[in-house]
Ligand binder design. Structure first.
Ligand SMILES: O=C[C@H](O)COP(=O)(O)O
Length: 318
């Protein structure tokens, strides 16, 4: 007898049986389908709309040890007015920073509608105790983070410790709660697909994260290669589609890491459209985590409007 989905995490054995019972990913098929969708061209009018949609989906990110308050303030200003000379440019979805910079970002973005996301749980390695990870998350939430981007324990996952990964995600989800529940921080779970070795593992980790309460599943930290590839994003999109069909709960997807050009972003949007459809073509359900994509989107947008490139110096640095 198969275990009902609500009970698969009740023991190590049922969780393992469920994750290993998922259909295997056809590696060649996934690579080919992603490559084929990546070559699709779109009409000029659709391209203009796609660029604005991509801007609205950007999680504008800085995750460097050398981040300063000044850099984060400038990034927040850019998040709200990506091109100060053109008020028709939409704002981005969120800024993404380390936990110690959350309060500053919350202050800089007050009233703008741009969300503040924070990495947490000993990002990017995830190598710390659960207590430290929960405290890391709780501090970011208390400072006003709207979204928490946690990393999974890849060491536990790769050695078959699925219950440990599940319990950590569930504990971090609980730490995202605020009194009253309305303004709970949304939880994005970073799988770090570049360390998961196989596409089957990407599918298993996607399901594991969703079963444990992820609001979003995210490909990568941006610190490990390969990061947000098309095939991996395709597998994660299929997982959220199938999870919705199985549970009625919709989960978002965030490819992050290595998305640098308008072409990269549009390929992602085509993939979304062809895999899960328009229901995910919205910043509430699909994000692009990127530190340097926004300037290229702005350059291409201006090229479409004026017929010429302004050049990268025209825009402030990402
Ligand atoms: O979450 C976002 C990533 O850290 C950004 O990676 P990136 O610098 O390759 O755009």
């Amino acid at each position: 007898m198969t275990t009902p989905l609500a009970d698969v995490a009740s023991s190590d054995a049922t969780l393992r049986a469920f994750l290993h019972g998922l259909p295997g990913v056809d590696r060649v098929g996934a690579d080919q389908r992603a490559a084929m969708l990546g070559t699709r061209s779109i009409k000029t009018t659709a391209k203009a709309e796609a660029i604005d949609l991509a801007i609205r989906m950007v999680d504008l990110t800085t995750l460097e040890g050398a981040d300063t308050p000044g850099k984060v303030r400038a990034m927040c200003a850019k998040a709200v007015h990506p091109d100060p000379s053109d008020p028709s440019v939409p704002k981005v979805a969120a800024v993404c920073v380390y936990p110690d910079l959350v309060a500053l970002a919350v202050d800089a973005l007050a009233g703008s509608g741009v969300k503040v996301a924070s990495v947490a749980t000993a990002f990017p390695s995830g190598r710390s105790s659960l207590d430290v990870k929960v405290a890391d998350t709780a501090l970011a939430v208390a400072a006003g983070a709207d979204e928490i981007d946690m990393v999974i324990d890849r060491g536990a996952f790769l050695s078959g410790g699925y219950s440990k990964v599940f319990e950590e995600i569930a504990a971090i989800k609980a730490a995202c709660a605020r009194p009253g529940g309305e303004h709970d921080a949304h939880l994005k779970v970073i799988l770090e697909t570049g360390e998961l070795a196989t596409y089957d593992n990407v599918r298993r980790a996607s399901w594991l994260a969703m079963l444990a309460g992820a609001d979003f599943i995210k490909t990568s930290t941006g610190k490990v290669q390969p990061a947000a590839t098309l095939p991996v994003t395709l597998i994660m999109l299929e997982a959220v589609r199938d999870f919705l069909a199985a549970t009625g709960r919709k989960v978002g997807v965030k490819p992050a890491g290595g998305i640098r050009t308008t072409k990269d972003a549009i390929k992602m949007l085509v993939l979304v459209n062809e895999t899960v459809g328009e229901g995910w073509l919205d910043p509430d359900w699909f994000r692009l985590g990127a530190s340097t994509l926004l300037n290229d989107l702005l350059m291409q947008r201006q090229k479409m409007a004026t017929g010429r490139y302004a050049g990268p110096d025209y825009f402030t640095l990402d």
